[in-house]
Design a protein around this ligand. Structure first.
Ligand code: NAI
Ligand code: MG
Length: 357
């Protein structure tokens, strides 16, 4: 009996459909190669085109559909003619928040064959796991605007930190740190200037750390953290930060690892009450949409994360070895300084998967 997993595919906008199609092709090759499992894919055409036609990015019962899946494979959302806060709050955030995918997991490392903008950093020198709080904080959606357009207009954007929310992400971060060889966690805040919510983070980190005596940990202010990532990348392993801080730090991490185009992420419900969602961290990249040059590696890597989450660790490792082999061979898309198309990279990875022992 082969194990079967139901995957909800939500390619979205821009290069989303290009990279998700490539990702599904590669995942299919991995499943055939492995032989122990198969993937049944449901395709959902949600996104900005649907919004233009029907006034909503996804149907009202979208979350119920997604709940029938074991995992969600997501591309990107964003359209040049629709404001970004409408697209983001129309599709991606309602899924993350509605399914309470509270841990956003962002691995970063320098793949072989990829050049880091850091002069001295090569594969092995930068190997991080950034954990982003994904349900509250600065993106909780609380706030408002009054007296619109008048000189006395006021806008507020309130950060929400709950003991339950901070404690659960902190436990997840310590667990993640424990699962990695270095067993080291860096807790990022801004507790010098933000004396309520961020001091609360520091306090909860200290409390939770008592349950993880085998994990060493340190604290870093977010501004100092940007310097440490650039100047002392080897001093970091697992990192936990708020929704906003980790959003910014993980874009920096992606750039330091060579390109936004290779960076993956998982929006995880660690308790597995709902399916988790896997996506490349980049957006819909209008500037290269339709040109056939989108880097699919971030989508392959997040596909490997999805397989691992589903319990198919061997298949996930096989996929990553295939991706690394292709990168090492110099089959790279233009964002990495190469000239390979999306299709060429995809074909090379499929072949590498088939030839892998
Ligand atoms: P972006 O990530 O779409 O693009 C930034 C730059 O990186 C562009 O020059 C783009 O060509 C390049 N790039 C991104 N992914 C690439 C890939 N796979 N291969 C090669 N090059 C790649 O970010 P931007 O331009 O700020 O946003 C465009 C739209 O995407 C906006 O509407 C934004 O709101 C949305 N967005 C959506 C996200 C999501 O759905 N998770 C995340 C980030 C942005
Ligand atoms: Mg971002």
């Amino acid at each position: 009996m082969t194990r079967q997993y139901r995957i909800a595919s939500v390619p979205g906008d821009g290069i989303g459909p290009e990279v998700i199609a490539a990702g599904l092709e590669v995942l299919d090759a991995v499943a055939s190669r492995d032989g122990g499992f198969s993937l049944a894919v449901d395709h959902y055409d949600w996104g900005s085109d649907r919004y233009r036609k029907h006034g909503a990015f996804m149907p009202a019962d979208a979350l119920a559909w997604l709940r029938t899946a074991d995992a969600i494979y997501f591309g990107a959302v964003g359209d040049p003619n629709i404001p970004d806060h409408i697209t983001l709050w129309g599709l991606r955030l309602p899924i993350c928040q509605g399914l309470d995918q509270y841990a956003n997991v962002r691995p970063t490392r320098i793949l072989p064959g990829v050049t880091s903008p850091l002069r001295d950093a090569g594969p092995g020198d930068l190997d991080w796991m950034i954990i982003r709080e994904n349900s509250e904080g600065e993106y909780a959606g609380q706030g408002g605007r009054t007296h619109r357009g008048l000189p006395e207009e006021v806008a507020t954007e309130t950060s929400i930190f709950t003991r339950r929310g901070v404690e659960r992400i902190m436990r997840f971060a310590f667990e993640t740190a424990r699962s990695r060889p270095r067993r080291h966690l860096t807790v990022v805040t801004k507790s010098n200037a933000q004396r309520h919510g961020m001091v609360f983070w520091d306090e909860i980190a200290a409390l939770v750390s008592h349950d993880y005596k085998d994990v060493t940990w340190d604290k870093e202010l977010v501004d100092a953290m940007t310097m440490r990532m650039v100047r002392r990348p080897r001093s970091l392993d697992t990192v936990v930060a708020t929704n906003l801080h980790a959003d910014i730090l993980s874009d920096l991490a992606a750039a330091l690892a060579g390109s936004l185009g290779i960076a993956p992420t998982g929006n995880i419900d660690p308790e597995r009450r709902s399916p988790s969602m896997f996506e490349p961290i980049h957006g819909s990249a209008f500037d290269i949409t339709g040109k056939g040059i989108a880097n699919p590696v971030g989508t392959f890597w997040t596909g490997a994360m999805m397989l691992e989450h589903l319990g198919e660790k061997a298949a996930a490792d096989l996929l990553m070895r295939a991706v690394e082999q292709v990168c090492a061979a110099g089959i790279l898309s233009p964002d990495l300084g190469g000239s390979a198309t999306t299709q060429a990279v995809t074909k090379a990875v499929v072949e590498a998967v088939r030839g892998m022992n």
